[in-house]
Design a binder for this molecule. Structure first.
Ligand SMILES: *[C@@H]1O[C@H](CO)[C@@H](O)[C@H](O)[C@H]1NC(C)=O
Length: 254
């Protein structure tokens, strides 16, 4: 509780009143003055704290406003597949298209929920992909197989959430169609995951009741395994300025 001292205005204005009010002791007046300035200082600090907290809360609200909940961003990219290019160097390789819809979920939009439709003129699988930036996990639900694949989120393939949102806000305007390239990545099933409830709320929702497997980059897995004994599927997607062709291979017998 802040105690603020001030001189009675009655005592100053009215001479008669002044008689009723005891003459202020000069020493007491000095103390009261000191208290007065301390009070003013505290008030100023309180005011500053109030303004500061207002700015912080305002900033947080603005951030929530900028990360639109449940808004679906439609993105489309043109890409050149270097594999096609190397086959016939004489003719110009045609551009292909990658399309997907993205929603930013979670408390701070830290979960990107990506819908990859059935691709046109391509044998890649339709999929739902979750990038959980909080838990640093990526999950692919291959809609053709109805299987789930979980891997550590690879930050060299997936942009940070704020940058990803900015990219999709630009793509969603429809005026921005980047001409980009394709990156191939080889992912290998290493084991079956039985407890999908330990993969966070969003991946749990995606993968519960589905066969779920753990993935690793092939170059991170020790011991080279033959492709002929694997069942492979591809998902083409993007969460960066380029398109990624993820080849997911499952060795028989896992
Ligand atoms: C992340 O992706 C890059 C490019 O595909 C790859 O070279 C790298 O090994 C990956 N990192 C991990 C930890 O899997």
């Amino acid at each position: 509780m802040v105690k603020i001292g001030f001189n009675s205005p009655v005592a100053q204005k009215d001479g008669k009143g002044a008689l009723l009010v005891p003459e202020p002791d000069p020493e007491a007046a000095a103390v009261s003055g000191r208290e007065n300035s301390t009070g003013r200082c505290l008030f100023t600090l309180l005011g500053l704290a109030f303004i500061l907290s207002g700015l912080i809360i305002g900033g947080a609200c603005l951030y929530r406003f900028i990360v639109p909940k449940n808004k679906v961003f439609h993105g489309r990219m043109q890409y050149l597949d270097s594999h096609i290019l190397s086959d016939d160097p004489e003719t110009e390789a045609p551009y292909s298209f990658a399309t997907e819809d993205v929603q930013f979920l979670g408390d701070n939009g830290n979960v990107a929920f990506i819908d990859v439709p059935v691709p046109e003129f391509d044998d890649a699988d339709p999929a739902v992909i979750i990038h959980d930036f909080e838990l640093i996990l990526t999950a692919y639900l291959d809609l053709k197989l109805d299987n789930c694949y979980v891997i550590t989120l690879n930050t060299s393939v997936v942009m940070p959430p704020r940058n990803l949102l900015e990219l999709f806000m630009r793509l969603a305007t429809g005026d921005y169609l980047p001409q980009t390239y394709l990156v191939h990545e080889d992912l290998l099933v290493t084991e079956r995951i039985d407890n999908v409830d330990q993969l966070g709320y969003f991946i749990y929702r995606l993968c519960s009741g589905k066969k779920t497997y753990r993935l690793q980059h092939r170059n991170m897995v020790k011991g080279i395994q033959k492709r002929s004994t694997e069942n492979c599927h591809r998902i083409k997607h993007f969460a960066n300025n380029f398109v990624v062709d993820s080849l997911i291979c499952e060795p028989y017998g896992i």
